[in-house]
Write a protein that binds this ligand. Structure first.
Ligand SMILES: [Zn+2]
Length: 163
């Protein structure tokens, strides 16, 4: 990478994408995923006992709880409508996600995740799952936090939330 490109990639402000809003009905969310890009993928799932299994898309999607289905549906819609949001993302392996610090640097700050986590936060789904997405993005700070807050506001407006 040329020095100029490197500098540009570091200081370039994050692009604001139009928010992608999953359907209200969770079964519809699952169907969208199954019939879309995600339906062609294989999924690695962690079991409560720590073991990992590889599932077909159909089996994996059937195991999703409601909040997971909605979050993944945001990604499905991103793939359909704004595929460039995935451009130039570094690859991630499952085991990479074990530490909070690593996750913040390589996972939570990925443009598709900033949007999907903002959607979860706007619905209050993160708190129900024992996470606090606002806290995560506050910890990351900077442009990433600003973009997250922008998406949360947009989603709340779109979902008609007032508090
Ligand atoms: Zn995600």
């Amino acid at each position: 990478m040329l020095f100029d490109q490197l500098v540009e990639s570091i200081i370039k402000p994050l692009k604001v994408w139009p928010i992608q809003i999953p359907p209200e009905d969770v079964e519809e969310c699952k169907e969208l995923c199954l019939n879309g890009h995600m339906g062609k993928e294989e999924w690695v799932h962690s079991r409560p006992d720590g073991s990992e299994v590889t599932l077909s898309a159909k089996d994996a999607i059937e195991e999703w709880d409601d909040n997971t289905a909605r979050h993944e549906c945001v990604h499905e819609l991103q793939q359909r409508n704004i595929p460039d949001i995935f451009k130039d993302l570094p690859s991630l392996t499952h085991s990479d996600l074990s530490s909070d610090e690593y996750k913040d640097l390589n996972y939570h700050n990925r443009p598709p995740e900033i949007m999907a986590y903002a959607y979860d936060a706007a619905r209050g789904a993160d708190k129900a799952d024992g996470h606090d997405n606002t806290k995560i993005y506050k910890r990351i700070g900077g442009e990433v936090e600003k973009l997250f807050n922008h998406y949360v506001k947009e989603y709340r407006k779109a979902l008609g939330r007032t508090k």
